[in-house]
Design a protein around this ligand. Structure first.
Ligand code: OOB
Length: 535
């Protein structure tokens, strides 16, 4: 049973089961199976910490029984905000084992986002680090709980203070037994890539995610001999399960966690751990390629680099194989589901210039204008449905009406076309989102924050082309008096408890915002006023 959100129609679900797409196996069982086969094999590596499958399994049981003793129950939503540390993996698997529902938050999230996620998910528990990159998450958590009494337990990874429960000190209950699993229920919530002012919750079921893992591990040829480097934040679908962390663990391979995607930190890890594959966003890939030219680290174990999350230029794509001496796989994906991959046996030009094809024969994709298909090869909005694409966000009935067609297709907001061979090429987007590096920033959300500033009369946020990040956040503002500076506006947003990655990179002062004939702010016209932006 899928609680709190739109389920697949019964006949469709029945078909997915009959075809063996949905196998009725809970996600945590996948690693248990790997653990039984590979007890002594290394599952997780982080700095000098190494966990075998046997140790990981024991740790997961200990945590699950400990959470249960603290009152976490099946069905509870638990906000999880952790960097790339082994605890992230163990805690999420422990919560899944007990039927609780982890809600993945970004480590950069602050008061505004955490409050929103607690309220939207109805989370009763929150797991976070003590201090990360000088920010004290304990203070934030205590403040959020004081304002939201429904948030009952605060679990800290690291040093506790009054009012917090240390995850390390949970204690084990040897007699605890997991409740019966329901693979058709939600396994965890991913965050949407920002099509609405505040993030929506993407409910992913055991069945649908297990299928995603099966397809992506098979397409990437992952075996127990593979070692995956999780360089991007692991709460990101791309790093978590495409096939990423969970796919590698389900196959009995090794996952190496890095605090940062920076090549200076990652390349020595590739050499030390014999990393065979990783996934990167284009802005990070560009750094890797530069550093690869002079690093002394031996990268010869690397056989595959997946690149996605933002458009990859042909020019950068063409540098991957020569610089890193490994295969390139373009990945177009989304938290909501659909994944498109280029394939190992695709012609070089296809790997360099397209985002590939859906990973499942059961994925349905259409390129439309409204709901009508455009002629083959033309650009239109990409809509999709399939066995691992959600039919609705959690607790968002009004938004769901707009985001899904009446026959269940998800409107991606991306503009795409199909090549004669059937490969997808992403050409732009109609949603009002800036993609900076791999981060998705909703323009309307930033505009709303800017408008709360006394000196801002009107604001329009636009993504401008940027050499490093692909796009940068530019706020065009009409001041109500003396114009505030970029630094002042950034500081004001920061002080409002907004995550730093959403702060404008630059602010441009204008006399008025141009309008389209329909009376909406003409963001294309604004972008064209900036030197170097193609019209
Ligand atoms: C991934 O997931 P999200 O949910 O953070 O963002 C999804 C959006 C897409 O709708 C599209 O606008 C953009 O990110 N995007 C790309 C892209 N991959 C994603 N735009 C152009 N080219 C690409 N290759 O970003 C995500 C999830 C799983 C795997 C990979 C990426």
């Amino acid at each position: 049973m899928l609680t709190g959100c739109t389920a697949w129609p019964a006949d469709t679900a029945e078909r997915y089961r009959r075809l063996g797409i949905w196998r009725g196996e809970p996600l945590d069982a996948l690693t248990t199976h790997a653990a039984h086969r590979e007890t002594d094999a290394v599952a997780l590596v982080y700095g000098d910490r190494r966990y075998t499958y046997g140790e990981l399994e024991e740790w997961i049981f200990r945590l699950a029984s400990g959470f249960a003793r603290q009152g976490v129950a099946a069905g509870d939503r638990v906000l999880v905000q952790l960097p790339n540390v082994p605890e992230f993996v163990a805690i999420v698997f422990a919560l899944m084992k007990m039927g609780a529902k982890p809600v993945f938050s970004l480590i950069a999230h602050r008061h505004t986002e955490i409050t929103h996620l607690v309220r939207l998910s109805g989370a009763t528990h929150y797991v976070f680090p003590d201090v990360h990159r000088t920010f004290d998450h304990r203070e934030l958590a205590l403040r959020v709980r004081s304002e939201n009494p429904s948030l009952r337990t605060l679990f800290v990874v690291g040093a506790a203070v009054d009012g917090l429960v240390a995850v390390d000190a949970l204690g084990v209950d040897e007699n605890w037994t997991p409740p019966p699993a329901d693979p058709s229920d939600i396994a965890f919530f991913l965050l949407s890539g920002g099509t609405t002012a505040l993030p929506k919750l993407v409910p992913r079921t055991h069945d649908d995610y297990a299928y995603q893992l099966a397809q992506t591990t098979a397409l990437c040829g992952i075996t127990s001999h593979d070692t995956y480097l999780a360089a991007l934040p692991i709460e990101f679908n791309f790093a978590w399960g495409c096939p990423g962390v969970v796919g590698t663990l389900a196959t009995g391979g090794t996952v190496v966690l890095s605090d940062t995607p920076n090549p200076m930190a990652c390349m020595p890890l590739v050499e030390r751990e014999g990393v065979t594959f990783t996934s990167l966003v284009p802005s990070v890939l560009a750094l890797w390629i530069e550093v690869a030219e002079w690093t002394t680290a031996n990268l010869s174990s690397l056989r595959l680099v997946q690149v996605g999350g933002a458009k990859l230029s042909r020019e950068l794509a063409a540098r991957v194989m020569p610089a890193l001496d490994c295969d390139l796989q373009q990945v177009f994906g989304m938290a909501e589901g659909l994944l498109c991959f280029t394939r190992a046996d695709d012609p070089l030009e296809v790997k360099l210039t397209t985002q590939g094809r859906p990973v499942s024969y059961a994925d349905e994709i259409r390129i439309v204008d409204g709901v009508e298909p455009v002629p083959l090869g033309d650009v239109g909005e990409l809509i999709t449905r399939g066995p691992y694409t959600i039919r609705g966000y959690y607790s968002a009935p009004e938004h769901n009406e707009r985001a899904f067609t009446t026959d269940g297709f998800y409107r991606t907001g991306d503009l795409a076309r199909l090549t004669p061979r059937g490969d997808l090429v992403i050409e732009g987007r109609i949603k009002d989102v800036v993609i900076r590096g791999g981060d998705k920033i909703n323009a309307v959300e930033v505009e709303e924050h800017l408008l709360t500033h006394a000196a801002v009369a009107a604001a329009a946020v636009v993504g401008l082309p940027d050499e490093l990040f692909g796009e940068r956040i530019c706020a065009f503002i009409v001041p109500s008096g003396p114009a505030p500076t970029t630094a002042e506006l950034r500081q004001a947003m920061h002080a409002r408890g907004v995550a730093d990655y959403k702060l404008p990179d630059e602010v441009r002062v204008v006399g008025e915002l141009p309008l389209t004939p329909l009376g909406k702010v003409d963001k294309k016209a604004l972008a064209r006023t900036v030197e170097g932006v193609p019209s």
